[in-house]
Design a protein around this ligand. Sequence first.
Ligand code: HEM
Length: 397
Amino acid sequence: MPSGRPNLSLPEVRQNPYPLYAQLRREAPVCELEPAGWAISRYEDVAHVLKNPRVFSSEGLRFAVEPPWFGRSNPWTDSLVMKDPPHHARLRTLVSRAFGSSLVSRLEPSIRATCETITSRILERREVDFVQDFALPLPASVIGGLMGLDPSLQSRFKKWAEDIVALSVSRPEDTELLASARTTVEEMERYFNEVMDHRRREPGEDMVSDLLRARVDGEPLTNRELMGFLFFLLLAGLETTGNLLSTSTWILSREPELLARLRADRSLIPRFLEEVLRYEPPVQATLRLCTEDTTVGGVPLPKGAMMYVLLASALRDENHFPDAERFDLDRTEPENLAFGHGIHFCLGAQLARVEARLALETMLTRIGRLSLRAEQVEWLPGVTVRGLKALPLEVRS
Ligand code: HEM
């Protein structure tokens, strides 16, 4: 490294983290970061860490999402993404039932209808911020529908998700932020309890009813586990999918030839989305904690070391993806780590892919002109999730 330890959260790194990732892979594939933690940047090492949850724990990270200065519990810590084996397997079995293959086909007509409505709305407005006017409302409506929440609550989702995420990078002196996060957790618990009570009285064909019905060895999910799952679902399905949509649209607005190719052949849309997921993955990194002294890629790591497992760097690893820094629609490598790997592989991957495909199909059919209204775009500052702050577009039919 040129001088000292690298810092993933510097604003210039967040605007374009890929040169730093490339340098890490070349010079220090497992290295200590400023102000804390370790970065794992090569494909093989990332896959190794994600495949070994006994040594590289998710549960140990509880302190990050429920810091002592929060002064209360955060239901997120009870969700399956924060659990290690064997507890994780039980939760995953229960929750997978509600994510069965019929889920996506059941939702597809309503997702398509929502895409049509949102597209009509942006065509009327013409000058839009694609992030606020399309990329977030679509997954908010899908997640809200999935959980059976009142549609009027959808405008609250973004704030809820922001508050919970901000909590994980909070400090004891952030009194305003902590107060806002407490109010948010209370509000979310209240609404989710209402939904669960309602579904207990009147079960329906929705995910909460499925979760209430699910059993493993005759045992249902506990109330805390259910609440934890609903908390995580809102965070997992909203910003990630929104970022995939806005990044895809940004790429198309800058690449007229690519846009023309997709317009001429809609069957290329899934392949285009896979390449966006590789090239600009919405989840750049996931965190793990070493449960014992170990080595990764030959480098010793002490027990208690926190790791940034850099999915986005692995997906540009030249040893795995030839000409990795090039966006290439004709790529054939099947492995995509954008949805993780191993026991925590994303349960919503199929849903996210369908949402994005239907959104692009609708847009390509109905929007004739798509032009960027800004020279530069700004990326959100987060290290683990990457997405555009805003995407000013002009759209015409
Ligand atoms: C483009 C959109 C999405 C991306 C890039 C994404 C990415 C990921 C990644 C990387 C993980 C693994 C985290 C880890 O290993 O620590 C994950 C887990 C998960 N995702 Fe997604 N996700 C997306 C959309 C969704 C949606 C729409 C849902 C649900 C509606 C969802 C539900 C989940 C769940 C439940 C897990 C936890 C699985 C477990 O711990 O066993 N995700 N996601």
